[in-house]
Design a binder for this molecule. Structure first.
Ligand SMILES: [Zn+2]
Length: 289
């Protein structure tokens, strides 16, 4: 039989009186039960609190991550759209050259079909991106085929002699040659894929072989530029012009005036940046002067 009552002694230090409390067993039992209950409750609360705090941090991290991924996807989509727009311009140029070359069927399927607003759903966004990439790839293949066909036409129409770039595009003096050099803007070593020929602004730039103008455009680096397709794999580029005198699709004969020397784009003075590409690869124009 356990005792009915307990006596609790409180003994202070020094000469203070000892206190004694008499407690019933039932009361003491209840007290411990309640104490145990409260402390378990307290621990559960603390545990919950810590857990919620951690979850919240995780949630915040995921939200931030999600947002930045969304932004990345959006940037990618914008880049793809820029690519598509470039291809549209190329396709338009191509069509003009094809008309000049009397090549009938236009090598062009709809590029307008893709683009438009980006999907909101992430899984759909990936599909969307994949679809855009596929369309762009198809377009590039079509352009390549078309370019080969145009080259073929040019080969049939004229002799290698008239298609091969010959002589200087402008009367001037060489200021930079073909090959590795220090970039005048960034100071980094970089391939210079053409010749720089300095001349006074407004001086005539003349095409160095017969051909068809395949591009007339303005680029941030090259400024106003003209590209001429000659056949036999030859293509010439004339950049930094102050004026372009020709239109895409126009036939030109060696020596025809196509532009005026200038200082447009990334240029440190009035000059022509002259490039020759043979089968798409830059070659040293000095060998063709
Ligand atoms: Zn140059």
């Amino acid at each position: 039989m356990p005792p009915k009552r307990f006596t609790i002694l409180v003994i202070p230090e020094g000469s203070h009186k000892v206190r004694r409390f008499s407690v019933e067993r039932v009361v003491l039992k209840r007290f411990f039960a309640v104490a145990a209950f409260l402390s378990i409750g307290f621990f559960l609360l603390v545990f919950d609190y810590v857990q919620i705090n951690l979850d919240q941090k995780e949630l915040h991290r995921l939200r931030v991550e999600n947002r930045s991924q969304g932004e990345d996807l959006h940037k990618l989509m914008v880049k793809l759209d820029d690519l598509r727009k470039e291809l549209v311009v190329l396709a338009q140029n191509d069509a003009k050259v094809r008309v000049m070359a009397k090549l009938t069927k236009p090598k062009n399927d709809s590029l307008a079909g893709i683009g438009g607003p980006a999907e909101a759903d992430v899984s759909k966004q990936f599909d969307d991106i994949q679809r855009r990439i596929d369309t762009i790839r198809r377009q590039i293949d079509l352009r390549r085929e078309s370019q080969e066909e145009i080259q073929g036409f040019l080969n049939d129409e004229r002799s290698l002699l008239s298609a091969k770039p010959t002589g200087w595009p402008v009367k001037g003096w060489l200021t930079s040659t073909f090959g590795m050099r220090r970039d005048p803007f960034t100071g980094k070593r970089k391939m210079h894929e053409g010749l720089d020929i300095a001349a006074r602004t407004g001086t005539d730039v003349r095409v160095t072989a017969d051909g068809i103008v395949s591009s007339v455009r303005t680029e941030p680096g090259y400024g106003k530029m003209v590209v001429v397709e000659h056949g036999y794999g030859y293509r010439t580029y004339y950049s930094h012009n102050s004026k372009n005198y020709v239109k895409v699709g126009q036939r030109v004969k060696r020596g025809d005036r196509i532009a005026a020397v200038g200082n447009t784009g990334r240029s440190t003075g009035s000059h022509v940046h002259y490039e020759i590409r043979l089968n798409g690869l830059p070659v040293n124009p000095k060998k063709y002067l």
